[in-house]
Design a protein around this ligand. Sequence first.
Ligand SMILES: NC(=O)c1ccc[n+]([C@@H]2O[C@H](COP(=O)([O-])OP(=O)(O)OC[C@H]3O[C@@H](n4cnc5c(N)ncnc54)[C@H](OP(=O)(O)O)[C@@H]3O)[C@@H](O)[C@H]2O)c1
Length: 250
Amino acid sequence: MKRFENKNVVVIGGTHGMGLATVKALIDGGAHVCLTGNNQENVDRAKADLGAGVAVIRSDASSLSDIDTLRETVSDVFGTIDALLVFAAVAEFEPFECVSEASFDRQFALNTKGAFFVAQQLAPLIKDGGSITFTTVTPATGSPQMSVYMGTKAAVRAFTQAFAAALLARRIRVNALAPGFIDTPSLGLASLTPEARQAVYDIGNQVTPMKRHGTVAEIASGALFLAFDATFSTGIELPLDGGLSTVECP
Ligand SMILES: NC(=O)c1ccc[n+]([C@@H]2O[C@H](COP(=O)([O-])OP(=O)(O)OC[C@H]3O[C@@H](n4cnc5c(N)ncnc54)[C@H](OP(=O)(O)O)[C@@H]3O)[C@@H](O)[C@H]2O)c1
């Protein structure tokens, strides 16, 4: 029997990057997967890549009406869910003095409000004994260019503990993975120019104690550990950051 056989899993933000790597590991393990993304081109590419057996849905995680529709679709397709994983987020790289109300609202709308209401609305479909896994960011250091983004993820860190407490009675474990510098197509910074993204990439390799970026496969493995194997952990945040938050950089 495969590791995830007969498991129904919903992945919010699974069309590329670490979400897609997690989706592929789930499919390899025999899971039934429903995944979302907001960009129609990326949704279409994931559909073509993953084939007919996988439900790929365009759904904006910052929109309560889209989340409502998603809940109905997931209920029709799966009935119940074993695990919900939330990857969708946006990071806008800008100095604190330049933050606009619009960029503040965009980041909080998806990363914070979206994570909250996706979990709230899908929780009734999660089986007792299931799991929710959020994605935060390594708690390593404050970045002057990412004040809003760090704030959005600090709230998700708090939701992880609060939801873990709220769902204890149903034995639903709620945890978060906290990536450091990970080699994804966007590096988590979709709004940057390719040159600026390369500069961030180079910094990541320098400041990470392990002197490299993490791979999407390493993140998928950590995410699936939290979702399925970490049966005595709830309310935790697991750093997957090459030592960035824990070890002095040589
Ligand atoms: N990469 C890194 O180094 C890094 C580091 C720390 C933390 N993280 C966090 O890790 C997670 C994944 O990052 P990543 O680099 O793999 O990818 P990403 O560029 O952050 O995108 C992740 C996924 O989110 C989806 N998405 C974006 N806007 C959405 C919306 N409004 N509604 C629904 N889905 C939406 C994207 O799909 P579409 O494009 O199809 O909409 C994609 O599938 C994020 O939470 C990020 O903040 C990343």
